[in-house]
Design a protein around this ligand. Structure first.
Ligand code: NAD
Ligand code: UFG
Length: 342
């Protein structure tokens, strides 16, 4: 029997890759998305890859009544994977209330609708941003969380606290919070990938958009950090590796394998790469010279973040497999296909 999984934000970047992995692992998927940062076209692309068109419901999860109505219809679902959120760090500093409303109302409505319908499994998209500026590296799940710099980041920290309180009040409920490091890359088909709206905030789409000529040059935010080449270090992780971890998390919940009702796992490779490493790798993979310039630091950036990955390996049986060059070449393939409209 196929288990049904509700995927909020399933038309988005990480959601669409996860939907593909779920379908390929024989799950039935229901996507809830308001398309505020994605396109319905993604559904056809998922179908092209998997030969299955997932059920799609266009819904804004901030709407209490509609959320409840949809969950009533799908009360046979085994779990929810909650990707739906706004994620632009800079915008969240300008419009904090919009971020708190969107990310937290939709979380609260989803949990309430689950409670009402006895859907007791939940997987949350968290972020390494909850660690703030870590004092020790690599970052383990035991590292203290800190108030993140941005309102966006704070929605992740608050959401984890909400989950913790909710779980203590409901012993049928179980949840896994996955703290992503820096997801990049795209599906090998080149059919799905990241679609940033407007000017990208993140390094990888900025690089590929510069290389295709949409952006004039990449600004490298600072080369005076205490790192090997002065540029900040991050743990870049291939989105397909990340997607696979969600399938394992779903399995862990369904099979009731959890050690505690709320578990937290880092999802990274454990390897740190600097901004200049990423640029060099891009130039190697694409055979192009990237136009870039060193400029001032961006406020809120931390010098180094990379994950300890032992817990996810031990408990989920998950490790990231793909190299930095594979991540970057898949991002590049996606960008080129996008621009050639194929
Ligand atoms: P994305 O913007 O591509 O996907 C999010 C999806 O949620 C979009 O399709 C959007 O339309 C939908 N959505 C937003 N608000 C909604 C609402 N109120 N109702 C219904 N749908 C709504 O983002 P992504 O990169 O795929 O990120 C997925 C999740 O992972 C987010 O929660 C994000 O905060 C988290 N995350 C992302 C990163 C990253 O670098 N991409 C890092 C850490 C955590
Ligand atoms: N960078 C540049 N130029 C750019 C964009 C980025 O030099 O145009 C640098 C940044 O200074 C940083 C590195 O590239 O050193 C990575 O920056 P990203 O914006 O790609 O990623 P961040 O690590 O800043 O943020 C990501 C996610 C957030 C999440 C955070 C958690 O985008 O959602 O990781 O660590 F909160």
């Amino acid at each position: 029997m196929k288990h049904k999984i509700i995927v909020t934000g399933g038309c988005g970047y990480i959601g669409s890759h996860t939907v593909v992995e779920l379908i390929e692992n024989n799950y039935e998927v229901v996507i809830l998305d308001d398309l505020s940062n994605s396109s319905e076209e993604t559904l056809g692309r998922i179908e092209k890859i998997t030969k299955v068109k997932p059920t799609f419901i266009n819904i804004d999860l901030k709407n209490v009544a509609e959320t409840l109505q949809v969950f009533n219809k799908h009360k046979d679902a085994k779990a929810v994977i909650n990707f739906a959120a706004l994620k632009a760090v800079g915008e969240s500093v300008q419009k904090p209330l919009m971020y708190y409303k969107n990310n937290l109302y939709s979380l609260l409505n989803t949990l309430s609708a689950q409670l009402e319908n006895g859907i007791n499994g939940f997987i949350f998209s968290s972020s390494a941003t909850v660690y703030g500026t870590p004092e020790t590296l690599p970052i383990t799940e035991e590292n203290e969380t800190q108030r993140p710099f941005s309102a966006y980041g704070n929605t992740k920290k608050i959401a984890e606290e909400i989950l913790d309180d909710f779980i203590k009040s409901n012993n049928a409920f179980s949840a896994i919070s996955l703290r992503y490091f820096n997801p990049i890359g795209a599906h090998e088909s080149g059919l799905i990938g990241e679609l940033p709206s407007g000017i990208p905030n993140n390094l990888m789409p900025y690089i590929t958009q510069t290389a295709v000529g949409i952006r004039e040059k990449l600004m490298v935010y600072g080369n005076d950090y205490p790192t090997k080449d002065g540029t900040p270090i991050r743990d870049y992780i291939h989105v397909v590796d990340l997607a696979k971890a969600h399938v394992l998390a779903v399995e862990r919940i369904i099979k009731k394998e959890q050690d505690q009702p709320l578990e937290v796992f880092n999802l990274g490779t454990g390897n740190g790469f600097s901004v200049l490493d990423v640029i060099n790798s891009f130039e190697e993979v694409s055979n192009l010279k990237l136009n870039y310039e060193i400029t001032d630091r961006r406020s809120g950036d931390v010098p180094q973040l990379y994950a300890a990955t032992d817990l996810a390996k031990e408990k989920l049986g998950w490790t990231a497999n793909k190299s930095l060059n594979e991540m970057i070449s898949s991002s590049w393939k996606w960008e080129q296909k996008l621009r050639n409209n194929k």
